[in-house]
Design a protein around this ligand. Structure first.
Ligand code: T5A
Length: 213
């Protein structure tokens, strides 16, 4: 049986990752591919427990190192218990955020050395990486505006300041420039259907999927 492919959607707050993850999984299934969605932090039972620790409380609850360690404890559980078995069974997995979020948030955003985060990744997951990463790029004000309209400003990560969110955006774009074989940047400003069509085009071109018209 052919191994499934692992696709991640990344980007700042309100870029449309959750929306587009659902649309992409539905399009893959319509194309005859077994596909499932997941998310980070979370995805597996243990990782969802850790998600609660990460997202609740005030912005200074964890320092950046503790945050990175919690994220990687969750990520290892998610990969070992859910993602790898699914891929081995031929199912494609689409994840709403993955390791690039740690580079962007804890590295570019909170200032942890990127080399340490790469080392942490190697310790937790070896060379395991997505087959394709879609980075949804959106000006900070637009992303925060979308989230604000949904009244989710209470989540502790969203309390951080705008300069932080700009560093995230720049960080995601730097990650994409550094790994063009894995990453594709999609303009997230157009309406949902247009962004979905752009993602389908990228997945089709990079992973050879023939989507239904
Ligand atoms: N985190 C996570 C780290 O710090 N390090 C890590 O390693 C990881 C994995 C997760 C938090 O954890 C941090 C990052 C985050 O701060 P979360 O609750 O999962 O928190 O939140 P986010 O991942 O940021 O997801 P959001 O739900 O906030 O945003 P999405 O998923 O990007 O956007 P979505 O699809 O929910 O859409 C937001 C709103 O915009 C609308 C939607 O209808 C919705 O109302 N929308 C559009 N509007 C206009 N045009 C479009 N094209 C639109 N697409 C969506």
């Amino acid at each position: 049986m052919a191994r499934g492919r692992f696709i991640t959607l990344e980007g700042g707050e309100g870029a449309g990752k959750s929306t587009q993850t659902g649309l992409l999984v539905a399009a893959l299934v319509a194309a005859g591919i077994a596909a499932e969605r997941t998310r980070e932090p979370g995805g597996s039972r243990g990782a969802e427990d850790i998600r609660g620790l990460l997202l609740e409380g005030d912005a200074e609850r964890w320092d950046a190192v503790s945050e990175a360690l919690l994220l990687y404890a969750a990520r290892r559980d998610h990969v070992v218990r859910l993602i790898q078995p699914a891929l081995a069974a031929g199912t494609w997995i689409v994840s709403d955020r993955f390791a690039d979020s740690t580079l962007a948030y804890q590295g570019y955003g909170r200032g942890l050395p990127l080399a340490d985060l790469h080392e942490l990744h190697r310790f937790a997951l070896g060379e395991f990486r997505p087959d394709l990463t879609v980075i949804l790029d959106l000006p900070v004000a637009e992303g925060l505006g979308r989230i604000g309209r949904r009244s989710m400003l209470s989540d502790r990560f969203e309390q951080l300041d705008r300069e932080f969110h700009q560093r995230l955006r720049d960080g995601f774009l730097a990650i994409a420039r550094g790994d063009p074989a894995r990453c594709v940047v999609i303009d997230a400003r157009p309406d949902c259907d247009s962004v979905h069509r752009a993602i389908r085009a990228a997945v089709g071109a990079r992973l050879g999927v023939a989507f239904a018209a």
